[in-house]
Write a protein that binds this ligand. Structure first.
Ligand SMILES: [Zn+2]
Ligand SMILES: [Zn+2]
Length: 559
């Protein structure tokens, strides 16, 4: 019992929202991300819909009726698609059989605990998730699969749903009422598997054996609202607290995952498509790529820039083109020139004219020239379009919004264009995000296609990661780069807002890095510190907040 308990004034709900272990998790999150415990507890549960509590018959809706079983899976039946039944513990069979450290992973899944980084071969990504969930269930425990995106339903989520049918609670999308109902059913023990986006990491699943984070390096695993947690780190903490297994899986695992002390599970031998590195050539078209495209039946061309090109010069006055409103870059896109920064219609900052000389480049232009080359139809996934796989005879062009978990596609050709842009994007983790996207697109060339990457920096660690299909060298380069920038991998980063006094208090913490901007009442501090110092920072931030010196703390901002 805590030392001090205030009298209960009102009972809000008969539902039990957390137990001791989820309270321990909430305390960990509260401390790690310096967020009030009550706010954390609030974030762990979907908004209540009281009518749903009554519909389920109060706090312990044990007798919830099952939905009819799907795809042959019977609720309560032993499910072990990965092992196929009577197999000695730890003997890796199925898709895990060819993986280093698979035995340790399987032993842990069946009844142990631990942290694992899983680097699937491209064609195994979905099957491995199914296998891991199957092993946890075979051990009599339950599993959570967390995917970064809900729509379209990621192939990994679909595979688990298909394998385990009515055992699975799909905890993504839906309206408030259905989300809350699903949450209550999960808490009641109705499901053995939960599949969902970020909030699923908190799913009140009893007898938890596995938290599986799919596409671990994906940016959407970080919560953009308080407490600003990262799903990978919460999954690891929850696994520690509940004696479960946490698996961080990705074709390209992040540099953060490399310092967790987790067991690495990866394929024995190289299973990665051949990757050719070529110089971009005239207007970003390497002859090698053009030739490959001519004979390709199914291909994907990744072009990170949207639009048709960038306005360089005003045709009326000859000045360099810039937005009249904000001075931003003007981009030709969907037939019109607009400011890429503020979205205003493109007008010359010098004379107001709207006629520009455009330097061609971007997904629309790639679509145009690919049409002149390919022997099959060419289409483009525009921002806002529904991502999909190329048809049986089709070339697709698209940017980051087109690269989703679509499952193995078996394409003839994947082209990675404008690879050198990745290094120029602002943000400390922008390069890794780009590389993760390259890996996911390149994986579509398995088992018999090839990848062509256009770059002027063939020896760059990011390009070499793509060529080899291995992350280690890039991890080392990234770790060095981030340390040099003052934000070593594994340190905690906070953006703290408050008054000018704030700076001196933070300096006293002896942080790794303290960057100060703004002044007076709107001082902004960017703080990097060793994890061990976070509790001290948290205490300081709370006491400074009480005195009005700190007005806001944001954990792990995108840098
Ligand atoms: Zn503008
Ligand atoms: Zn002009």
């Amino acid at each position: 019992m805590p030392e001090r308990v205030l009298p209960v004034r009102r009972v809000l709900s008969p539902v039990r929202f957390f137990d001791e272990r989820r309270l321990a998790l909430a305390r960990w999150i509260s401390e790690r991300y310096v967020a009030p415990l009550a706010a954390v507890l609030g974030a762990m549960v979907p908004p209540r819909v009281a009518a749903e509590e009554e519909a389920l018959g109060g706090p312990h809706p044990r007798g919830v009726r099952s939905a009819p079983p799907a795809s042959g899976a019977r609720p309560g039946a032993p499910v072990a698609p990965a092992s196929g039944g009577a197999v000695a513990a730890g003997a890796p069979v199925g898709p895990l059989a060819s993986y280093v450290n698979a035995g340790r992973l399987i032993d842990a899944l069946r009844g142990g605990a631990g942290a694992f980084v899983l680097r699937p071969a491209p064609e195994d990504e979905q099957r491995l998730a199914v296998a891991c969930v199957g092993e946890a269930l075979a051990g009599g425990r339950r599993a959570i699969l967390i995917v970064p995106e809900a729509d379209p339903l990621p192939a990994t989520a679909a595979a688990v749903l298909e394998a385990f049918g009515s055992e699975v609670a799909l905890f993504l999308g839906g309206d408030r009422r259905s989300r809350y109902r699903t949450w209550l059913e999960i808490a009641a023990g109705r499901y053995r598997v939960v599949v969902g986006t970020r909030p699923a990491v908190f799913a009140p699943l009893p007898e938890l054996g596995l938290l599986y984070v799919s596409r671990e390096s994906h940016a959407r695993h970080r919560e953009e609202r308080a407490p600003y947690h990262h799903v990978r780190d919460v999954a690891l903490a929850r696994a520690r607290i509940e004696g479960a297994v946490a698996v961080a899986a990705a074709l390209y695992p992040s540099v953060e995952s490399s310092i967790l002390g987790a067991v690495l599970v990866e394929p024995r031998g190289r299973r990665w498509p051949p990757v050719e590195v070529v110089a971009p050539g005239p207007e970003g078209r390497a002859p090698r790529l053009v030739a490959a495209l001519r004979s390709a039946r199914r291909a994907f061309l990744y072009e990170p820039l949207p639009g048709y090109g960038i306005a360089r010069v005003c045709r009326a006055c000859g000045e360099p083109a810039a937005c009249a409103g904000c001075g931003g870059v003007l981009r030709r896109q969907a037939g019109a020139v607009r400011c890429a920064v503020c979205g205003a219609e493109g007008r010359c900052a010098g004379c107001g004219a709207a006629d520009f000389g455009v330097v061609r480049g971007g997904a629309e232009r790639v679509e145009e020239w690919a049409r002149g080359v390919a022997q099959v139809p060419v289409a483009r996934i525009a921002p806002g379009d529904r991502p999909r796989a190329p048809g049986p005879a089709e070339v697709l062009v698209g940017g980051v919004e087109a690269v989703k978990d679509l499952g193995p596609l078996g394409l003839d050709l994947v082209g990675i264009l404008d690879a050198d842009l990745a290094a120029r994007r602002p943000g400390l983790s922008a390069l890794e995000r780009a590389v993760a996207t390259w890996f996911e697109a390149a994986a579509w060339a398995r088992p018999s296609g090839r990848v062509i990457v256009q770059t002027r920096r063939p020896n760059d660690p990011a390009v070499q990661a793509l060529v080899t299909g291995r992350p280690e060298r890039l991890h080392r380069a990234e770790a060095a780069r981030r340390a040099a920038a003052g934000f070593p991998v594994g340190s905690a980063v906070f953006r703290v807002l408050g008054s000018a006094e704030l700076v001196e208090h933070l300096r006293a913490l002896d942080p790794t890095t303290l960057l100060v901007s703004g002044s007076g009442a709107a001082t902004v501090c960017l703080l990097a510190l060793e994890l061990a110092r976070v509790p001290a920072f948290g205490r300081l931030a709370r006491s400074l907040a009480e005195r009005g010196i700190v007005t806001r703390v944001e954990a792990e901002p995108h840098l």
